[in-house]
Design a protein around this ligand. Structure first.
Ligand code: GDP
Ligand code: IMO
Ligand code: MG
Length: 432
């Protein structure tokens, strides 16, 4: 009997999960997404081309591997259709090796409308949602009114759909939202709805399964399963900087409920952190830089949202947040990505503690959003050289190795590998 290994983000998302999953896929038989939906944008690069995946697991380019969208995931059928079509253009037919849980919930066009309505109603307190309907669709799931992939084929599906849509329109009306002026991808909602309904036909072509049985059968057969996280631990619904979070459980616990895997069947938990820190959308970010260094991290690191194109906020690595994420997830191995972005820096800083009202703390405070947090920074000399062409971990510049050692010591978790470019080939595993 094998166990499910997990790969997830330890910061505020965009740590490089897609790339690392793609690199790890040859070692696994099944890659499964367990939460989130098309708010995710997972970038993979190989042979000089770039691919961005939204709902489909990052193992899809390996044709001999199976991919699963678990019950904890949300599917927006029209976005999904575009994703499938983009893959077809690259000669990847996802229908061959992607299975979908019948229990995965659907994002309706009116969920997307409600997302916009809720954000508008929040005014200055808006979350900065990707506006893909994530919050409203998970709200319906918890309220027991959602529609699931397995419902599509039922004869009364359209009836249920209309009922839910009607409720959403009423809510938008109550929020004084201008429905007539609302568009999705430049289309009025009625037009978009037509496309959405048509795209259900493509969804029906996929194998809809009881993925909890499927995954557990795989484990019994000793097959290797990798669970791919979306977003990051600091965006978790329970432990993130609430309410500036996403609406799902982004941590290891989410693997159990989002795939139907018992806690005792979780194996290694691999966490990813950038060598610095980014955040897109609103909410606290203690190490954020508003100066030239922050600007350089953004520009050199191409820190623009893979989904929305919004510039990501940038800052130094945040050890209290990273330690918190390692604790919540039970991280056994660390991946560090993007140190190459800081190749030209004279000095690199690491936040080792927070100072709140004159007190030093290692903890993320409950009042994370309200208090002024002064990061206590430790300085490291930069390595001031290109990392291009380096293929051995130990051949990395000594100043970078020292920085990685410091991350290891501060988190108490060993660094398994470091990624030094967007390309699949540039992941250097540390040899023990
Ligand atoms: P994900 O959401 O965690 O999969 O990450 P994203 O794809 O949203 O963002 C990560 C970005 O960094 C993508 O543009 C990747 O191509 C890029 N990337 C990943 N690893 C590295 C790395 O080691 N160095 C550099 N320079 N870019 C990287
Ligand atoms: P990946 O998987 C970074 C952020 C949004 C917003 C908040 C809530 O690519 O790392 P939502 O659309 O979920 O209602 O937005 O969460 N967010 C992400 N930030 N990477 C992501 O996914 C994200 N998914 C959501 O910017 O602040
Ligand atoms: Mg992303």
């Amino acid at each position: 009997m094998s166990k499910v290994d997990v790969l997830l983000g330890l910061q505020w998302g965009d740590e490089g999960k897609g790339k690392i999953v793609d690199v790890l896929t040859p070692d696994y038989d099944v890659i499964a997404r367990f939460q989130g939906g098309p708010n995710a944008g997972h970038t993979l690069e190989f042979n000089g081309t770039k691919h961005v995946l939204r709902t489909i697991p990052s193992g899809i380019f390996h044709k001999d591997k199976l991919n699963v969208i678990g019950n904890g995931v949300l599917i927006e059928p029209n976005i999904f259709k575009h994703e499938v079509e983009a893959l077809l253009k690259k000669n990847v037919d996802a229908r061959q090796n992607l299975y979908i849980s019948q229990k995965a919930h659907l994002i309706l066009p009116t969920h997307r409308m409600l997302d916009a309505a809720n954000e508008q109603a929040k005014g200055n307190a808006k979350i900065g949602s990707t506006l893909k309907g994530i919050g409203p669709a998970y709200t319906d799931k918890i309220a027991r009114s959602g529609l699931r992939v397995g419902d599509i084929k039922a004869i009364d599906f359209r009836e249920k759909y209309e009922l839910l849509k009607c409720q959403h329109l009423q809510t938008a009306h109550t929020l004084k939202f201008d429905i007539a002026a609302f568009t999705i991808d430049g289309l009025p909602i009625d037009e978009y709805e037509k496309q959405w309904l048509e795209s259900l036909e493509l969804l029906k072509e996929f194998k809809a399964i009881n993925s909890e049985y499927f995954i557990n059968e795989c484990l019994k057969k000793d097959m290797k399963v990798l669970a791919e996280g979306a977003q990051g631990s600091m965006l978790d619904i329970d432990f993130g900087s609430y309410p500036f979070v996403t609406s799902s459980s982004t941590i290891t616990a989410g693997v159990c409920s989002g795939l139907g895997v018992a806690p005792s069947n979780i194996g290694r938990v691999m966490g990813i952190s950038k060598a610095y820190c980014t955040r897109v959308g609103a909410g606290p970010f203690p190490t954020e830089l508003f100066d030239e260094t922050g600007h350089n991290l953004c520009e050199i690191g191409h820190e623009y949202g893979a989904v929305t194109g919004r510039p990501r906020r940038c800052g130094w690595i945040d050890i209290p947040a990273l330690r918190y994420a390692c604790m919540l997830n039970g991280v056994t191995d660390l991946f560090v990505t993007k140190p190459d972005v800081m190749n030209s820096f004279d000095e690199i800083k690491m936040c080792i503690n927070y100072n709140i009202n004159g007190e030093t703390t290692e903890e993320i405070p409950f009042e994370f959003n309200e208090v002024e947090i002064k990061p206590q920074l430790r300085s490291f000399p930069g390595w001031k050289q290109s990392l291009e062409g380096i293929s051995d971990y130990n051949a990395l510049p000594q100043n970078l190795l020292n920085y990685l050692d410091a991350i290891e010591i501060a988190t108490g978790v060993h660094v398994l590998a470091v990624s030094i470019s967007p390309d699949r080939k540039d992941v250097l595993f540390k040899k023990n």
